[in-house]
Design a protein around this ligand. Structure first.
Ligand SMILES: C[C@H](O)[C@H](O)[C@H]1CNC2=NC(N)=NC(=O)C2=N1
Length: 114
């Protein structure tokens, strides 16, 4: 059983996934920084100093999404970006969504983002 953010971020997405039950999704949610389950999607809003930082983040997210073949919805503004994960093939949340969210948390941390 995955029980830490570190375990989550060391995982890689799998294509054969089944939707998580609500209690397991809630348990995994607490391993992440600042994410919420909103309308069935794992969601977090990020703020940045300027547009260049916002787009740098967007490109870094795209890199992770490409490597994991698991892609978020992004709502991109001048100094902010909302990231929303769900697993389309499972029509719900799967472990893949939490793996990618955990990798996103590391991204902003190593980039010196508060
Ligand atoms: C063929 C390709 O592997 C699949 O379409 C992948 C691509 N990226 C994906 N991203 C997300 N969020 N959910 C999926 O089910 C998904 N499936």
């Amino acid at each position: 059983m995955i029980s830490s953010a570190q375990q989550l971020r060391e995982q890689h997405c799998l294509h054969s996934t089944v939707p998580l039950q609500a209690p397991e999704a809630a348990r995994l949610l607490h391993l992440l920084d600042g994410w919420a389950i909103d309308a069935g999607r794992l969601t977090r809003a990020f703020g940045f100093a300027d547009y260049y930082q916002t787009m740098s983040f967007v490109n870094a997210i795209a890199y992770i999404a490409h490597c994991e073949d698991h892609h978020p919805e992004l709502v991109v503004g001048y100094k902010n970006c909302v990231v929303r994960f769900e697993t389309h093939s499972a029509q719900g949340l799967t472990l893949n969504d939490f793996i990618c969210a955990a990798k996103t948390d590391v991204l902003v941390r190593v980039a010196g983002h508060p």
